[in-house]
Design a binder for this molecule. Structure first.
Ligand code: PMP
Length: 428
Protein backbone atom coordinates (compact mmCIF):
# COMPACT_ATOMS: atom_id res chain seq x y z
CA UNK A 1 0.00 0.00 0.00
CA UNK A 2 1.39 3.39 -0.97
CA UNK A 3 0.41 5.55 2.01
CA UNK A 4 1.63 8.76 0.45
CA UNK A 5 -0.56 8.15 -2.62
CA UNK A 6 -3.57 7.64 -0.33
CA UNK A 7 -2.70 10.80 1.54
CA UNK A 8 -2.39 12.71 -1.69
CA UNK A 9 -5.66 11.45 -3.17
CA UNK A 10 -7.93 11.28 -0.15
CA UNK A 11 -6.74 13.18 2.90
CA UNK A 12 -7.35 16.81 3.61
CA UNK A 13 -4.69 18.54 5.71
CA UNK A 14 -5.41 21.69 7.76
CA UNK A 15 -6.02 24.87 5.74
CA UNK A 16 -5.07 23.03 2.56
CA UNK A 17 -6.24 21.97 -0.85
CA UNK A 18 -6.69 18.35 -1.96
CA UNK A 19 -4.13 17.27 -2.99
CA UNK A 20 -1.85 19.54 -1.03
CA UNK A 21 0.19 21.94 -3.13
CA UNK A 22 2.82 22.18 -0.40
CA UNK A 23 5.05 19.35 0.90
CA UNK A 24 3.65 16.87 3.42
CA UNK A 25 6.21 14.82 5.39
CA UNK A 26 5.34 11.36 6.67
CA UNK A 27 5.97 10.66 10.36
CA UNK A 28 6.77 7.19 11.65
CA UNK A 29 7.03 7.85 15.36
CA UNK A 30 7.77 10.44 18.04
CA UNK A 31 9.80 10.40 21.23
CA UNK A 32 9.96 13.29 23.70
CA UNK A 33 11.06 16.20 21.46
CA UNK A 34 12.00 14.19 18.40
CA UNK A 35 9.99 13.41 15.29
CA UNK A 36 11.11 10.36 13.28
CA UNK A 37 10.21 10.57 9.60
CA UNK A 38 9.41 7.50 7.49
CA UNK A 39 12.40 8.34 5.27
CA UNK A 40 14.77 7.88 8.23
CA UNK A 41 15.39 11.53 9.07
CA UNK A 42 15.00 12.73 12.64
CA UNK A 43 13.70 16.23 13.37
CA UNK A 44 13.87 18.18 16.63
CA UNK A 45 10.35 19.38 17.31
CA UNK A 46 10.07 23.14 17.58
CA UNK A 47 6.26 23.30 17.45
CA UNK A 48 5.06 20.97 20.24
CA UNK A 49 2.21 20.10 17.87
CA UNK A 50 0.64 23.57 17.90
CA UNK A 51 1.13 24.39 21.60
CA UNK A 52 -0.10 21.03 22.84
CA UNK A 53 2.78 18.64 23.63
CA UNK A 54 4.00 20.54 26.70
CA UNK A 55 5.70 17.44 28.12
CA UNK A 56 7.00 16.13 24.81
CA UNK A 57 5.67 12.98 23.17
CA UNK A 58 5.29 9.45 24.59
CA UNK A 59 5.54 10.38 28.24
CA UNK A 60 5.81 7.01 30.02
CA UNK A 61 3.33 7.73 32.80
CA UNK A 62 0.77 9.19 30.41
CA UNK A 63 1.09 6.08 28.27
CA UNK A 64 0.60 3.85 31.31
CA UNK A 65 -2.59 5.65 32.35
CA UNK A 66 -3.86 5.54 28.77
CA UNK A 67 -3.36 1.79 28.64
CA UNK A 68 -5.00 1.21 32.02
CA UNK A 69 -7.98 3.41 31.21
CA UNK A 70 -8.40 1.89 27.74
CA UNK A 71 -8.60 -1.58 29.28
CA UNK A 72 -11.07 -0.51 31.93
CA UNK A 73 -13.37 1.92 30.08
CA UNK A 74 -12.31 3.87 26.96
CA UNK A 75 -15.63 5.67 26.75
CA UNK A 76 -19.03 6.00 28.34
CA UNK A 77 -21.71 8.58 27.67
CA UNK A 78 -21.79 11.41 30.20
CA UNK A 79 -25.55 11.96 30.07
CA UNK A 80 -26.89 10.59 33.36
CA UNK A 81 -23.62 8.83 34.18
CA UNK A 82 -20.35 9.91 35.74
CA UNK A 83 -16.91 8.41 36.38
CA UNK A 84 -13.79 8.87 38.47
CA UNK A 85 -11.49 10.22 35.69
CA UNK A 86 -13.90 13.12 35.00
CA UNK A 87 -14.44 13.88 38.70
CA UNK A 88 -10.72 13.77 39.36
CA UNK A 89 -10.08 16.08 36.42
CA UNK A 90 -12.75 18.53 37.57
CA UNK A 91 -11.11 18.54 41.00
CA UNK A 92 -7.67 19.11 39.47
CA UNK A 93 -8.91 21.98 37.32
CA UNK A 94 -10.84 23.59 40.17
CA UNK A 95 -7.71 23.46 42.32
CA UNK A 96 -5.47 24.83 39.55
CA UNK A 97 -7.74 27.69 38.51
CA UNK A 98 -10.02 28.52 41.43
CA UNK A 99 -13.07 28.29 39.16
CA UNK A 100 -16.00 26.20 40.32
CA UNK A 101 -18.00 24.87 37.40
CA UNK A 102 -16.43 22.71 34.69
CA UNK A 103 -17.78 21.65 31.29
CA UNK A 104 -15.58 19.02 29.62
CA UNK A 105 -15.78 18.82 25.85
CA UNK A 106 -13.98 17.66 22.73
CA UNK A 107 -11.62 20.42 21.68
CA UNK A 108 -10.57 24.03 22.04
CA UNK A 109 -13.01 25.38 19.47
CA UNK A 110 -15.89 23.53 21.08
CA UNK A 111 -14.99 24.96 24.48
CA UNK A 112 -15.22 28.43 22.91
CA UNK A 113 -18.67 27.57 21.57
CA UNK A 114 -19.69 26.46 25.05
CA UNK A 115 -18.28 29.65 26.58
CA UNK A 116 -20.25 31.83 24.14
CA UNK A 117 -23.42 29.85 24.83
CA UNK A 118 -22.88 30.11 28.59
CA UNK A 119 -22.59 33.90 28.32
CA UNK A 120 -25.80 34.13 26.27
CA UNK A 121 -27.66 31.88 28.71
CA UNK A 122 -26.38 33.84 31.72
CA UNK A 123 -27.93 37.05 30.42
CA UNK A 124 -31.07 35.27 29.26
CA UNK A 125 -31.47 33.81 32.74
CA UNK A 126 -31.36 37.37 34.05
CA UNK A 127 -34.06 38.40 31.59
CA UNK A 128 -31.93 39.97 28.86
CA UNK A 129 -31.34 38.95 25.26
CA UNK A 130 -27.73 39.72 24.43
CA UNK A 131 -26.47 38.12 21.25
CA UNK A 132 -23.37 40.14 20.37
CA UNK A 133 -19.79 39.54 21.44
CA UNK A 134 -16.88 41.86 21.71
CA UNK A 135 -13.44 40.66 20.65
CA UNK A 136 -10.02 42.07 19.92
CA UNK A 137 -8.65 42.83 16.48
CA UNK A 138 -6.08 40.13 15.58
CA UNK A 139 -8.05 37.64 17.70
CA UNK A 140 -8.12 33.94 16.93
CA UNK A 141 -10.49 31.65 18.83
CA UNK A 142 -10.92 28.55 16.67
CA UNK A 143 -12.46 27.23 13.49
CA UNK A 144 -16.07 26.36 14.36
CA UNK A 145 -18.62 28.95 13.33
CA UNK A 146 -19.23 30.66 16.69
CA UNK A 147 -15.51 30.74 17.41
CA UNK A 148 -14.80 32.05 13.90
CA UNK A 149 -17.29 34.86 14.39
CA UNK A 150 -15.09 36.25 17.18
CA UNK A 151 -11.86 35.94 15.14
CA UNK A 152 -10.51 39.13 13.54
CA UNK A 153 -12.66 39.64 10.43
CA UNK A 154 -9.76 40.89 8.29
CA UNK A 155 -7.05 38.59 9.50
CA UNK A 156 -9.01 35.30 9.33
CA UNK A 157 -11.43 33.29 7.22
CA UNK A 158 -14.42 35.62 7.67
CA UNK A 159 -14.42 36.77 4.07
CA UNK A 160 -14.85 33.16 2.84
CA UNK A 161 -18.00 32.55 4.85
CA UNK A 162 -19.48 36.01 4.53
CA UNK A 163 -22.92 36.64 5.96
CA UNK A 164 -23.19 33.16 7.44
CA UNK A 165 -21.16 34.33 10.45
CA UNK A 166 -22.73 36.25 13.32
CA UNK A 167 -21.83 39.91 13.37
CA UNK A 168 -19.72 40.86 16.36
CA UNK A 169 -17.83 43.97 17.43
CA UNK A 170 -14.05 44.26 17.35
CA UNK A 171 -11.96 46.65 19.42
CA UNK A 172 -8.41 47.92 19.11
CA UNK A 173 -5.71 45.57 20.36
CA UNK A 174 -3.35 46.84 23.03
CA UNK A 175 0.07 47.86 21.68
CA UNK A 176 2.65 45.14 21.35
CA UNK A 177 4.93 44.57 24.35
CA UNK A 178 4.53 43.14 27.85
CA UNK A 179 5.11 46.63 29.32
CA UNK A 180 3.61 48.64 26.47
CA UNK A 181 1.03 51.39 26.78
CA UNK A 182 -2.59 50.36 26.18
CA UNK A 183 -4.53 53.61 26.66
CA UNK A 184 -5.85 53.81 23.11
CA UNK A 185 -7.11 50.24 23.19
CA UNK A 186 -8.82 50.85 26.51
CA UNK A 187 -10.50 54.02 25.26
CA UNK A 188 -11.80 52.12 22.25
CA UNK A 189 -13.15 49.39 24.52
CA UNK A 190 -14.93 51.90 26.74
CA UNK A 191 -16.39 53.69 23.72
CA UNK A 192 -17.68 50.52 22.05
CA UNK A 193 -19.14 49.24 25.30
CA UNK A 194 -20.85 52.53 26.06
CA UNK A 195 -22.54 52.43 22.65
CA UNK A 196 -23.46 48.74 22.50
CA UNK A 197 -23.43 47.30 26.02
CA UNK A 198 -27.10 46.39 26.04
CA UNK A 199 -26.54 43.87 23.23
CA UNK A 200 -23.16 42.52 24.34
CA UNK A 201 -23.00 39.24 26.23
CA UNK A 202 -19.24 39.04 26.76
CA UNK A 203 -15.81 40.28 25.82
CA UNK A 204 -13.64 37.36 24.68
CA UNK A 205 -9.85 37.72 24.74
CA UNK A 206 -6.69 35.64 24.40
CA UNK A 207 -4.92 36.86 27.54
CA UNK A 208 -1.37 38.32 27.23
CA UNK A 209 -0.53 36.56 23.95
CA UNK A 210 -2.65 36.64 20.81
CA UNK A 211 -1.68 33.47 18.94
CA UNK A 212 -2.59 32.67 15.35
CA UNK A 213 -3.72 36.27 14.69
CA UNK A 214 -0.19 37.63 14.98
CA UNK A 215 1.73 36.12 17.95
CA UNK A 216 1.30 39.47 19.72
CA UNK A 217 2.43 39.84 23.32
CA UNK A 218 0.72 42.67 25.25
CA UNK A 219 0.52 44.21 28.69
CA UNK A 220 -1.47 42.14 31.25
CA UNK A 221 -2.54 45.38 32.93
CA UNK A 222 -4.80 45.98 29.94
CA UNK A 223 -6.81 42.98 31.10
CA UNK A 224 -7.13 44.37 34.61
CA UNK A 225 -8.49 47.65 33.31
CA UNK A 226 -10.73 45.87 30.79
CA UNK A 227 -12.23 43.86 33.63
CA UNK A 228 -13.22 47.07 35.46
CA UNK A 229 -15.00 48.39 32.36
CA UNK A 230 -16.75 45.07 31.71
CA UNK A 231 -17.95 44.91 35.31
CA UNK A 232 -19.33 48.45 35.02
CA UNK A 233 -21.51 47.38 32.08
CA UNK A 234 -22.30 43.86 33.35
CA UNK A 235 -20.42 42.28 30.45
CA UNK A 236 -18.84 38.89 31.11
CA UNK A 237 -15.13 38.52 30.49
CA UNK A 238 -14.00 35.32 28.76
CA UNK A 239 -10.31 34.43 28.61
CA UNK A 240 -9.43 31.96 25.90
CA UNK A 241 -6.50 30.12 27.52
CA UNK A 242 -6.50 27.30 24.98
CA UNK A 243 -3.06 28.25 23.69
CA UNK A 244 -1.65 30.12 26.68
CA UNK A 245 -2.80 27.65 29.36
CA UNK A 246 -0.67 25.10 31.18
CA UNK A 247 2.44 27.20 31.47
CA UNK A 248 3.29 28.55 28.01
CA UNK A 249 3.63 32.18 29.16
CA UNK A 250 5.56 31.36 32.33
CA UNK A 251 2.44 31.27 34.55
CA UNK A 252 0.14 28.25 34.75
CA UNK A 253 -2.55 30.36 33.05
CA UNK A 254 -1.87 33.70 31.41
CA UNK A 255 -4.46 35.48 33.58
CA UNK A 256 -2.14 34.74 36.50
CA UNK A 257 0.05 37.59 35.21
CA UNK A 258 -2.79 39.84 36.41
CA UNK A 259 -4.51 40.41 39.74
CA UNK A 260 -7.95 39.60 38.32
CA UNK A 261 -9.92 36.58 37.27
CA UNK A 262 -12.23 36.52 34.26
CA UNK A 263 -15.76 35.09 34.51
CA UNK A 264 -15.09 32.23 32.12
CA UNK A 265 -12.00 30.50 30.77
CA UNK A 266 -11.59 28.03 27.93
CA UNK A 267 -8.76 25.49 27.90
CA UNK A 268 -7.51 22.70 25.63
CA UNK A 269 -4.26 21.79 23.85
CA UNK A 270 -1.73 21.28 26.70
CA UNK A 271 -4.38 19.72 28.98
CA UNK A 272 -3.41 16.24 27.71
CA UNK A 273 0.10 17.24 26.69
CA UNK A 274 -0.90 16.73 23.09
CA UNK A 275 -1.86 13.09 23.56
CA UNK A 276 -5.57 13.25 22.74
CA UNK A 277 -8.17 15.95 22.05
CA UNK A 278 -9.88 17.50 25.09
CA UNK A 279 -11.23 20.93 25.92
CA UNK A 280 -12.98 22.53 28.88
CA UNK A 281 -14.97 25.61 29.76
CA UNK A 282 -14.70 26.74 33.36
CA UNK A 283 -16.77 29.35 35.10
CA UNK A 284 -17.77 30.66 38.51
CA UNK A 285 -20.40 29.23 40.82
CA UNK A 286 -22.29 32.49 40.54
CA UNK A 287 -22.67 32.11 36.78
CA UNK A 288 -23.60 28.43 36.84
CA UNK A 289 -26.08 29.18 39.67
CA UNK A 290 -27.72 32.01 37.72
CA UNK A 291 -28.34 29.66 34.77
CA UNK A 292 -29.28 26.62 36.84
CA UNK A 293 -31.66 28.49 39.15
CA UNK A 294 -33.49 30.30 36.34
CA UNK A 295 -36.28 29.05 34.15
CA UNK A 296 -33.61 28.07 31.60
CA UNK A 297 -32.14 25.60 34.14
CA UNK A 298 -29.68 23.86 31.82
CA UNK A 299 -26.47 24.54 29.94
CA UNK A 300 -27.78 23.34 26.59
CA UNK A 301 -24.79 21.55 25.14
CA UNK A 302 -23.75 17.89 25.27
CA UNK A 303 -21.34 16.36 22.78
CA UNK A 304 -21.19 12.55 22.42
CA UNK A 305 -17.59 12.37 23.61
CA UNK A 306 -18.05 14.84 26.46
CA UNK A 307 -15.76 13.95 29.40
CA UNK A 308 -14.30 10.97 27.54
CA UNK A 309 -12.70 8.83 30.29
CA UNK A 310 -9.57 8.12 28.25
CA UNK A 311 -8.96 11.83 27.65
CA UNK A 312 -9.76 12.72 31.30
CA UNK A 313 -7.44 10.05 32.59
CA UNK A 314 -4.62 11.23 30.35
CA UNK A 315 -5.24 14.84 31.41
CA UNK A 316 -5.04 13.86 35.09
CA UNK A 317 -1.67 12.18 34.56
CA UNK A 318 -0.43 15.05 32.40
CA UNK A 319 -1.30 17.60 35.10
CA UNK A 320 0.38 15.42 37.74
CA UNK A 321 3.49 15.15 35.57
CA UNK A 322 3.57 18.89 34.96
CA UNK A 323 3.31 19.63 38.67
CA UNK A 324 5.98 17.06 39.51
CA UNK A 325 8.88 19.19 38.28
CA UNK A 326 9.92 22.84 38.33
CA UNK A 327 8.30 23.61 34.96
CA UNK A 328 8.24 27.33 35.69
CA UNK A 329 12.01 27.64 36.00
CA UNK A 330 12.41 25.58 32.82
CA UNK A 331 9.94 27.77 30.90
CA UNK A 332 11.69 30.93 32.08
CA UNK A 333 15.06 29.47 31.00
CA UNK A 334 13.58 28.76 27.56
CA UNK A 335 12.30 32.35 27.38
CA UNK A 336 15.72 33.74 28.30
CA UNK A 337 17.41 31.58 25.66
CA UNK A 338 14.96 32.61 22.92
CA UNK A 339 15.34 36.27 23.88
CA UNK A 340 19.13 36.17 23.89
CA UNK A 341 19.74 34.00 20.84
CA UNK A 342 17.13 35.49 18.50
CA UNK A 343 18.28 39.05 19.19
CA UNK A 344 21.00 38.83 16.50
CA UNK A 345 18.23 38.76 13.91
CA UNK A 346 16.79 42.15 14.83
CA UNK A 347 19.16 43.98 12.49
CA UNK A 348 18.23 41.88 9.46
CA UNK A 349 16.32 43.69 6.74
CA UNK A 350 13.72 40.94 6.41
CA UNK A 351 13.02 40.99 10.16
CA UNK A 352 10.40 43.32 11.60
CA UNK A 353 10.61 42.22 15.22
CA UNK A 354 11.82 39.44 17.48
CA UNK A 355 10.12 38.67 20.77
CA UNK A 356 9.71 35.91 23.32
CA UNK A 357 7.55 34.95 26.24
CA UNK A 358 7.71 31.68 28.17
CA UNK A 359 8.18 28.75 25.82
CA UNK A 360 7.45 30.86 22.73
CA UNK A 361 10.08 32.47 20.48
CA UNK A 362 8.82 34.68 17.65
CA UNK A 363 10.41 36.25 14.58
CA UNK A 364 8.07 38.57 12.72
CA UNK A 365 9.12 39.16 9.13
CA UNK A 366 8.50 42.03 6.75
CA UNK A 367 7.27 39.67 4.05
CA UNK A 368 4.91 36.70 3.94
CA UNK A 369 6.40 35.01 0.88
CA UNK A 370 9.09 33.02 2.68
CA UNK A 371 7.07 30.67 4.91
CA UNK A 372 7.54 27.59 2.70
CA UNK A 373 11.24 28.31 2.07
CA UNK A 374 11.80 28.60 5.80
CA UNK A 375 10.00 25.36 6.52
CA UNK A 376 11.90 23.47 3.82
CA UNK A 377 15.20 24.82 5.14
CA UNK A 378 14.37 23.73 8.69
CA UNK A 379 13.38 20.20 7.67
CA UNK A 380 16.56 19.89 5.60
CA UNK A 381 18.49 20.91 8.70
CA UNK A 382 16.73 18.53 11.10
CA UNK A 383 14.17 20.80 12.77
CA UNK A 384 10.38 20.83 12.60
CA UNK A 385 8.88 24.32 12.44
CA UNK A 386 5.79 25.53 10.65
CA UNK A 387 5.89 29.25 9.88
CA UNK A 388 2.75 30.97 8.63
CA UNK A 389 2.50 34.28 6.81
CA UNK A 390 5.02 36.69 8.29
CA UNK A 391 5.44 34.68 11.46
CA UNK A 392 8.36 32.35 12.01
CA UNK A 393 7.98 31.07 15.53
CA UNK A 394 8.70 28.19 17.83
CA UNK A 395 6.80 26.82 20.83
CA UNK A 396 8.81 24.12 22.53
CA UNK A 397 7.99 21.40 25.01
CA UNK A 398 9.17 22.01 28.58
CA UNK A 399 11.10 18.74 28.39
CA UNK A 400 13.34 19.92 25.56
CA UNK A 401 17.07 19.52 26.24
CA UNK A 402 19.50 22.45 26.06
CA UNK A 403 21.10 20.90 23.00
CA UNK A 404 17.79 20.45 21.22
CA UNK A 405 16.69 24.01 21.97
CA UNK A 406 20.04 25.26 20.71
CA UNK A 407 19.49 23.32 17.49
CA UNK A 408 16.01 24.79 17.00
CA UNK A 409 17.23 28.35 17.54
CA UNK A 410 20.43 28.01 15.50
CA UNK A 411 18.37 26.64 12.61
CA UNK A 412 15.92 29.54 12.88
CA UNK A 413 18.81 32.00 12.76
CA UNK A 414 20.41 30.27 9.77
CA UNK A 415 17.07 30.09 7.96
CA UNK A 416 16.45 33.82 8.43
CA UNK A 417 19.98 34.62 7.23
CA UNK A 418 19.20 32.64 4.06
CA UNK A 419 15.96 34.45 3.28
CA UNK A 420 17.47 37.81 4.24
CA UNK A 421 19.84 37.49 1.28
CA UNK A 422 16.88 36.85 -1.04
CA UNK A 423 14.92 39.72 0.51
CA UNK A 424 17.78 42.16 0.01
CA UNK A 425 17.95 41.14 -3.64
CA UNK A 426 14.18 41.76 -4.02
CA UNK A 427 14.58 45.21 -2.49
CA UNK A 428 17.21 46.21 -5.03
N1 PMP B 1 -8.37 29.41 20.71
C1 PMP B 1 -7.05 29.60 20.56
C2 PMP B 1 -6.43 30.79 21.20
C3 PMP B 1 -6.28 28.71 19.81
O1 PMP B 1 -4.97 28.93 19.63
C4 PMP B 1 -6.92 27.57 19.25
C5 PMP B 1 -6.16 26.54 18.44
N2 PMP B 1 -5.22 26.97 17.58
C6 PMP B 1 -8.29 27.40 19.44
C7 PMP B 1 -8.98 28.34 20.18
C8 PMP B 1 -9.02 26.23 18.84
O2 PMP B 1 -8.65 25.04 19.47
P1 PMP B 1 -8.81 23.64 18.71
O3 PMP B 1 -7.86 23.67 17.57
O4 PMP B 1 -8.47 22.62 19.74
O5 PMP B 1 -10.23 23.55 18.26
Amino acid sequence: MNYLEIDKNHLWHPYNSLPSKTPIWSVKKTKNCKIFLEDGRVLVDGMSSWWSAILGYNNKRIYKSLKKQAKNMPHIMFGGLTHKPACKLANNLVKLTGFNSVFLCDSGSVSVEVALKTAILYHKAKGENRYTFLALKNAYHGDTLGAMSVCDPENSMHSLYGDYLSKNIFVKTPNMGFDADFCEALEDLEEKLKENHKDIAAFIVEPVVQGAGGMRIYNPQYLQEAKKICTKYDILLIFDEIATGFGHTGEMFAYMHTNIKPDIITIGKGITSGTISLGAMLTTKEISDVISNSSIEVLMHGPTFMANPLACSIANTSIKELLSFDWKTKVLEIEKTFRKELEVLREKKVVKDVRAIGSIGIIELNSDVFAQDLQNFCVQNGVWLRPFGKLFYSIVSYTISKKELEKVIKTMVKAVNEIDKKYEKCLK
